[in-house]
Design a protein around this ligand. Sequence first.
Ligand SMILES: Cc1cc2nc3c(=O)[nH]c(=O)nc-3n(C[C@H](O)[C@H](O)[C@H](O)COP(=O)(O)O)c2cc1C
Length: 303
Amino acid sequence: MTTFTDLVGCSVPIQLAGMGGGISDAPLCSAVCDAGGLGMLGGSGLTPVAAMLDEMGDRTFGVNFLMPFLDQQAVSLAASRAKVVEFFYGDPSSELVDLVHEGGALAAWQVGSSDEAAAAAASGCDFIVAQGTEAGGHVRGGTALDELLRSLDVNVPVVAAGGIGTADDVARMLGAGASAVRIGTRFLAAKESCAHPLYVSALVGASSGDTVLTEAFSVGWPNAPHRVLRSCVDAAEASEDETIATLRLGAADIPLPRLSTVPPTKATYGRISAMALYAGTSVDAVQRREPAADIVAELTSML
Ligand SMILES: Cc1cc2nc3c(=O)[nH]c(=O)nc-3n(C[C@H](O)[C@H](O)[C@H](O)COP(=O)(O)O)c2cc1C
């Protein structure tokens, strides 16, 4: 249907954003794959990546890695099992791209500027993801999506990311030359998402004007701008608690400090409203919790 769907072997030009902090886990990734899109796992250390890969069965999916927390062994393992291995938030590296290709996967990079896009293409990436400043989560560049797409000069397929929430947005992005769209915030409210229910309620009640680009949630990852709901910045800054919540992982209780970058999932207990509630301007289109397949069907309804 597009160069992206042909390349990765999915049936609709929708990519689930790799979302760290446990958000893009195997159930959400599988649901997007089963709806015809490219599901992505949020990659972290070797052990959690191995466990998630085992849950994916024979689906066609990808794994996303954040460069500041890169585990090369996990990259190699992901490349041997996934269709796509993708990186974000660091200079494109031909060594890493070669590592992915040696494992048998396609390589991609999410970028925030035309220079970074050119560097990613030159490093051998099979496609790039162009992220505009409308995006939820960490934001790499300083350019809005429409302008970023117009500025690109690369000879690989481009996936558009940031603030895309409606079927109209999807059709417009493909009309502007993108081969696919990458969706984060809308899938936070998927039935299969492990985002904390209070996080989802806050998204349903918010509009794009309630989001803000900030560096407030910096513990563990400083100097990295991110888009969140303004209400959580206010709540976190007003709090005097050192520990804001606890993450329950198996038998372990992990304390999360105030202004930690970790978003709240169903495994989090504490002051959810004062945690990093990442949201893109696409939050306008988050109206209810619904199956990922319904979100995919709605977003592709004008294609
Ligand atoms: C909760 C959340 C976590 C995110 N974590 C990551 C991540 O780990 N890696 C990454 O490449 N992008 C991450 N992003 C950014 C997305 O890849 C994507 O650029 C963004 O979601 C697109 O904008 P949208 O949220 O308006 O759809 C995250 C986004 C959100 C909302």
